[in-house]
Design a binder for this molecule. Sequence first.
Ligand code: SF4
Length: 179
Amino acid sequence: MMLTKLLSREDCAKCGECCIFSRYDIWEQPALSADVRQKAEMLLPDAEFVAKGKESCLFRIRETDKYDLFLCPLLDTEKGCMLDAEKPFECQIYPFQVTEINSHLAIILSMLCDVTAKKTISELVDFLKEGTAEKIFSYAQLHPDVIRPYDFMSPVLIWKHETPQNFNLEESNYVNSKL
Ligand code: SF4
């Protein structure tokens, strides 16, 4: 998990808030890449999917629990996510989310996570600036299906242009090819 310095696996397993959806936010479930879908199909042979964007899919979740909530099919209510460290990218970075506002990428904070809600905005921004924001933006540029529409409520923590000036995907690839 990319955020272990901020959130322990135990904290996440105990909570599961980001794995349960209502009728109003069912669209917020994570985009499943082809790799993740393959793993999900092995664990859940009866799972159904719908396409999302160019290269991803979502679970088609038909069942609700007694509170009329939709649980991600990969959620084990005793142990947490069945995929553990191999969970979808959006789950790995939660409660951070990538969004696009006026054609600019930004990382926002979902307010549903109790652990990060107790941190200051400065602590979270400092954490992101230590390299995590670059990794998140880099992945989102390659896999735009993980970019969510802005909800006009969540605080914006960092914009793409606030990461190091010379950071971009072309340059990263170029540098790597010279090593
Ligand atoms: S894939 Fe795992 S972490 Fe992500 S919503 Fe489903 S159960 Fe939760």
